[in-house]
Design a protein around this ligand. Structure first.
Ligand SMILES: C[S@@+](CC[C@H](N)C(=O)[O-])C[C@H]1O[C@@H](n2cnc3c(N)ncnc32)[C@H](O)[C@@H]1O
Length: 363
């Protein structure tokens, strides 16, 4: 399950403000899709390659994995028809960590082709070559100058590791009392997280700059924060509630306090300035567009089913790491605590995580 299934995104504070266009009342998930398709269309019209290389980094596996690729292929086919160009062939590169269930994606490919061909009934079947590329996107994945377009959604806020600087020489975390940056974290914790983000994001940009052709584009969608403060009622609050859920298990004697003290997440929510700064310093890309969206809770859901969806989302992402660190036997009671705390909190006031959508152009 992805974040968008739990939240709706609204607003938009960026180079172009969607908040002011709210007469359209579009969901921001649609705005992100529009941003992606507009970028692909413009790229295709200006380059019109015979063979278009597109990559989805952190593609995950599930019913929605190929849906953005389908939309991209359809938009390029439609644009080429209107421009009286022969449609290009599509090289689709799907990336995620090696533990991802690539087999389930591959099994869904016949259905994917059938769907595409059905919708292209008068436009001819596109030639599509799809491959899985397991590995970390914090490093090279694809051959030199092989890509025109890179897409990555809700993956780049995951760091390559917990910042090593938050551990003492004896290997103890100095971030006791939280699993991410919180009010009680010493200032060096936020500095260490930012340093790790800069290192990872720079490596990501460097690697993509070698794989993308000049003029190629990237659309990156990631969680972030709306201002300079690390602690807000957005992304950091969900980690605060995870800490509280673990602390309940400590108070019941089901988890050792030392285990909780040494657990930290490899996540970072950058600010707009930090993102812009990292892009400028790395130097291979021009920032064409940056939009900031506030994820609002889905008001079609009542508080309880909303809290259950949040708990399921966080569990899907954290379960293997928490299981390894604390033991799998705590997972059910931990996420039951978490579901309850999220429910209690949203009954008081909404929790509104921030998302960034950015468009980068390879120089
Ligand atoms: C929340 S899912 C997003 C899935 C999908 N892109 C979406 O928008 O619904 C994040 C994905 O990023 C992947 N991921 C995290 N770190 C990664 C890395 N360093 N390299 C490649 N994939 C990574 C995870 O394995 C996971 O499948």
């Amino acid at each position: 399950m992805d974040v968008e299934q739990v939240f709706h995104m609204t607003g938009g504070i960026g180079h172009r403000s969607y908040a002011q266009n709210s007469s359209l009342q579009k969901k921001a998930s649609e705005m992100v899709k529009d941003m992606t398709l507009e970028t692909v269309q413009e790229l295709y019209l200006t380059t019109a390659p015979k063979s278009l290389g597109i990559a989805d980094l952190g593609c995950s596996s599930g019913p929605n994995t190929l849906s953005i690729m389908k939309e991209i292929i359809e938009v390029v086919q439609g644009t080429s028809r209107k421009a009286f160009h022969a449609a290009p062939e599509f090289r689709v590169y799907l990336n995620d960590l090696p533990t991802n269930d690539f087999n389930s994606i591959f099994k869904s490919l016949p259905e994917f082709s059938k769907d595409l061909n059905k919708e292209m009934n008068n436009g001819g079947s596109p030639s599509i070559y799809i491959g899985g590329y397991p590995g970390s996107f914090y490093g090279r994945l694809f051959p030199n100058s092989s890509l025109h377009f890179v897409y990555s959604s809700y993956s780049l806020h995951w760091l390559s590791r917990v910042p090593p600087a938050i551990y003492s020489e004896e290997g103890k975390s100095i971030n006791k009392g939280s699993v991410y940056i919180s009010e009680s974290s010493p200032p060096v914790v936020a500095e260490a997280y930012l340093k790790q983000f800069k290192e990872d994001f720079t490596l990501f940009l460097q690697s993509r700059s070698e794989e993308l052709l000049s003029g190629g584009r990237m659309v990156l969608i990631l969680l972030g924060r709306s201002g300079p403060d690390h602690v807000d009622r957005g992304n950091s609050f969900f980690w605060e509630l995870l800490y509280q859920s673990l602390a309940i298990l400590v108070s019941k004697g089901e988890v050792e306090k030392e285990k909780l003290d040494s657990y930290d997440v490899h996540f970072y929510a950058p600010s707009k300035d930090e993102l812009e700064d990292a892009v400028r310093k790395e130097g291979s890309f021009q920032l064409d567009r940056l939009e900031m969206f506030e994820l609002e809770r889905d008001h079609h859901k009542d508080n309880q089913s909303y809290a259950t969806s949040v708990a399921m989302t966080v569990r899907a992402i954290q379960e293997s790491m928490i299981g390894q660190h604390f033991g799998e036997e705590i997972l059910d009671s931990l996420f039951e605590n978490y579901r309850r705390l999220v429910g209690e909190e949203i009954a008081k006031e909404d929790i509104k995580p921030t998302t960034f959508g950015i468009v980068l152009r390879k120089l």
